[in-house]
Write a protein that binds this ligand. Structure first.
Ligand code: FES
Ligand code: FES
Length: 209
């Protein structure tokens, strides 16, 4: 008679998009599966699951990491930011942008929308998180630097020029936002205004759902 197999588990605490979660997880569960299946954050996409495509990129303590290359237990006590956290970051920093329908976006998300930086959108969460990390380090990267930063992310349908355009657009927008004086000393006057677009944009949805 075959002995039943028990998967070892560990209880971890991880802060995801500013919210702390304490969960018991299988020791061999990948971070990408923990985020998607246990926390329901399906904006982090599962592509190759061998570290090649970058669709699963998240920020681990501020550094872009491929979530299929980490076990969930390896981020115990750490901070993870997923694509679902970008609008909160934008709001906290007073750089949020709003669609006509009232959806709050980070300037990077708006940049991809405005510059045709996505087609099917499967790769987009990974590009957004990688680009976010780049702009945290350098608010005015040139095209070569953007291309280098996103070299670990693969897009099969949009074309990379428009993705680089999108990041450049967002960088310029963020520099403008940072230097535009707010009339009341608070939120810059261009923040939170409606932009001239008439479609909504997915903030964390799953193209494969
Ligand atoms: S799913 Fe992680 S790199 Fe492709
Ligand atoms: S937009 Fe389809 S793979 Fe990049």
């Amino acid at each position: 008679m075959t002995e039943p197999q028990f998967e070892p588990t560990t209880t971890i605490s991880v802060t995801v998009n500013g919210e702390e979660f304490t969960q018991t997880t299988e020791d061999r569960k990948l971070l990408v599966h923990f985020l998607r299946d246990d926390l329901g954050l399906t904006g982090t996409h599962q592509g190759c699951v061998v570290g090649k495509c970058g669709a699963c990129t998240v920020l681990h303590n501020g550094t872009p990491k491929k979530a299929c290359m980490l076990y969930a237990t390896q981020v115990d006590g750490d901070e993870i930011t997923t694509v679902e956290g970008l609008d909160r970051i934008a709001e906290e920093n007073g750089v949020d942008m709003e669609t006509r329908e009232g959806t709050t976006l980070h300037p990077l998300q708006m940049g991809f929308k405005e510059n045709h930086g996505l087609q099917c959108g499967f790769c987009t969460p990974g590009f957004l998180m990688t680009s976010y990390a780049l702009l945290e380090q350098d608010d005015n990267p040139d095209r070569d630097e953007i291309e280098s930063a996103i070299s670990g992310n693969i897009c099969r349908c949009t074309g990379y020029n428009s993705i680089v355009d999108s990041v450049e657009w967002a960088a310029a927008e963020l520099r403008d936002e940072a230097t535009t004086p707010a009339p009341d000393g608070g939120v810059p006057e261009e923040c939170g205004t409606n932009h001239d677009i008439d479609v909504d944009y997915p903030t964390g949805g799953d193209a494969d759902e």
